[in-house]
Design a protein around this ligand. Structure first.
Ligand code: PRX
Length: 628
């Protein structure tokens, strides 16, 4: 990677000073300095806003590259998300508003949610699930998914949520990788008025998944699909047969809360492990000070709980704040491109946290859709998952924010668990820049030698000190975990390229490794390549990310066919279909190109950067190691 000069815009939007007056964070700079003066005191104060069954003794222990936070503290995240509010003034407050694709709606108050979580937690216990066991959750965006997650947290089971858009091979790898004892699923998900069966995908994924003792199925379709007795249980029957009270398990701050798989740069996804205390404090802190959630808000994060954004900012952070959250199973352009704006009007949504890819899609549909609805309930906008390019920022700011709402563009990762860089409410906003590290986070941008680069020069983004919600381990792969902390002076390497301006605002330029961010989803080139070579017609495959106006990046695949196969439109269709059913729709290349050879190093590594540069008409860089 060479460190390039980047021309940076100086455009700024000054926020209305009233926003800062009313925000939880009144002075980000002061808070930032507060952390620097007393790092442990900073996190200690935040941790005291949550309940601990046994107080912790020390804020952190850092023995490079392993950190432990809130030593010997005992707590339970579901207790803090539910019981804590029931005891106070939020007992009858709506916790979840849900909107189905078919127009139906449901709501659950904190009281009701706790009741369901307790019963379901007992149901899981009756299936033999206990503290430390892993439960895989493969469900659409319905309240039962949140119930299942919180029920696991209540009894100390480690959940591993798999996004319902993943195919059977991807699901199999995640179930067996985590050694799940129980899998919770649904008969189907509903998208664009169509029923998409989920259970058959799970059935295929369960072949040779020997750790699984039971499957729990949420049955929403009529007639109800039949279940294999004993092995398969109905979600609500299990709940109703179970006791209504389930005391929260006392969890050590360092006990794992969940595993979440994220794409790796080798074929295998990485099981990112997050623990109880630090993750709870980190997501609570950022939901309060970055997303500024208040009791009067209706908060909507448009992600799916199957991603880290959903874990941290649909489920845990907002519920720790006692928020009313809105979730929907529907898609943004069905029945038409006004549906999201209609939800905002209908539910009075005040905080909307979404993704650049969605914003760019709405830009294409035009202003008439949002302009049909009353969006005056909105007071804060947020973005996550990929760079919010200046054009998308401007559209979001003017068309949705009416030129006055703050936008928090939050940079973070599955590994960081919580927001790391953003423009805190009240700070001037710069289109194209995520912003500055939030109070509590120290970052730098460095060159190949690990030396900080000056403003305007790109480099690797690193995080200099541990933070509470940092990844604790890569499941069964300590070597991979250690690699995260291989930055200069024992820092955390984010594998993102970034540049800073004179005022310290950070612009994220994209990944520096073999991950492609497609519509905000992390896709490993190796994962797609191994899916392609698993097809009988393919001898070799190379996958690269190409900039795309809508999706941020799209996947371009080069394949070398085996003897006896020739390029036909039908064969290409077959290959795309093969990727779709094994990995899922999000990993499907936008194009497949058949080639006679692939550029490789003498040691046989495919040089993707050469393919990419050739495709984009750019300089492919150093070719001295190329074989042919
Ligand atoms: O490249 C960065 C991009 O998404 C990566 C992390 O992906 P994942 O672990 O799936 O988590 C996504 C949700 C936090 C990062 O390394 N990314 C995330 N947020 C932003 C971003 N790139 C630019 N701006 C952002 N706000």
């Amino acid at each position: 990677m060479s460190n390039k000069q980047v021309t940076l815009s100086t455009k700024k939007y000054m926020p209305d000073p009233n926003y800062r007056k009313e925000a939880w964070c009144k002075d980000a700079e002061h808070a930032y300095q507060g952390y620097i003066t007393d790092p442990d005191g900073f996190w200690a104060r935040i941790s005291h806003e949550l309940e601990w069954f046994q107080p912790w003794e020390t804020v952190k222990e850092w023995q490079y590259p392993f950190a432990r936070w809130f030593i010997n503290g005992k707590t339970n995240v579901s207790y803090n998300c539910l019981d804590r509010h029931i005891a106070g003034h939020r007992r009858n407050k709506v916790a979840i508003f849900w909107q189905g694709d078919d127009g139906s709606t449901r709501s659950l108050t904190y009281w009701q949610l706790l009741r369901e979580v307790e019963r379901f937690a007992n149901g899981l216990k009756s299936l033999g699930v206990g503290k430390g066991d892993t439960v895989c959750i493969y469900m659409p965006n319905v309240p039962e998914q949140i119930i299942a997650m919180l029920a696991c947290a209540r009894i100390g089971a480690v959940h591993s949520v798999v996004f319902a858009g993943f195919g059977s091979d991807a699901l199999h790898a995640r179930i067996t990788g985590a050694g799940a004892k129980v899998v919770i699923t649904a008969d189907a998900s509903i998208r664009r008025g169509k029923t998409i069966p989920l259970k058959p995908i799970l059935e295929e994924a369960l072949i040779n998944a020997t750790s699984v003792d039971h499957v729990v199925v949420l049955r929403t379709q009529t007639p109800k699909i039949s279940l294999l007795s004993d092995f398969e249980r109905d979600f609500y029957e299990l709940m109703e047969e179970s006791d209504k009270n389930c005391a929260p398990e006392s969890m050590d701050a360092e006990d794992p809360l969940f595993i979440l798989y994220t794409s790796g740069t080798t074929g295998q996804p990485k099981g990112i492990v997050h623990t109880t205390g630090g993750y709870m404090v980190g997501t609570y802190y950022t939901s309060k000070y970055v997303l500024d959630i208040k009791d009067s808000d209706v908060y909507w994060c448009t992600a799916d709980p199957g991603w880290i954004t959903g874990h941290s900012y649909i489920v845990y952070g907002p519920l720790l704040m006692g928020a009313t959250i809105f979730i929907t199973e529907g898609t943004p352009d069905y029945p038409d491109a006004g549906i999201w704006w209609k939800y905002i009007e209908k539910f009075g949504i005040s905080i909307m946290y979404t993704a650049p890819t969605a914003i760019r899609m709405f830009m294409r549909f035009g202003e008439e859709y949002p302009n049909r609805y009353d969006l005056s309930s909105l007071r804060l906008l947020g973005s996550v998952g990929e760079p919010l390019n200046p054009e998308a920022f401007e559209w979001f700011y003017h068309t949705i924010g009416k030129g006055k709402l703050p936008i928090v563009d939050t940079w973070w990762q599955t590994e960081t668990g919580m927001h790391m860089i953003t423009t805190m409410i009240g700070e001037p906003m710069k289109p194209g820049f995520a912003g500055k590290p939030i109070p509590g986070i120290l970052i730098d941008i460095v060159d190949k030698e690990g030396k900080p680069v000056p403003p305007g020069i790109s480099g690797q983004l690193i995080i200099k000190e541990p933070w509470p919600s940092m990844v604790r381990m890569v499941h069964q792969n300590e070597e991979r975990y250690r690699l995260y902390w291989s930055g200069p002076e024992n820092s955390f390497t984010a594998s993102d390229l970034a540049v800073r301006d004179e005022e310290g605002y950070v612009m994220i330029l994209g990944r520096s490794d073999d991950l492609i961010i497609v519509s905000g989803h992390n896709i490993g080139t190796a994962e797609v390549e191994s899916a392609l070579v698993a097809h009988k017609a393919v001898a070799e495959a190379a996958v690269v990310g190409i900039p795309d106006e809508m999706k941020g990046n799209r996947i371009l695949a080069f394949v070398l066919l085996r003897e006896g196969f020739i390029e036909t439109p039908k064969l290409k269709q077959d290959l795309l279909y093969h990727v779709r059913i094994t990995l899922g729709p999000i990993a499907v290349p936008s194009e497949i190109r058949v080639v006679d050879s692939l550029p490789k190093t003498r040691s046989g590594k495919i040089m993707r950067r050469v393919l990419r540069a050739t495709e984009l008409g750019e300089d492919p860089g150093d070719l001295s190691t190329i074989e042919e």
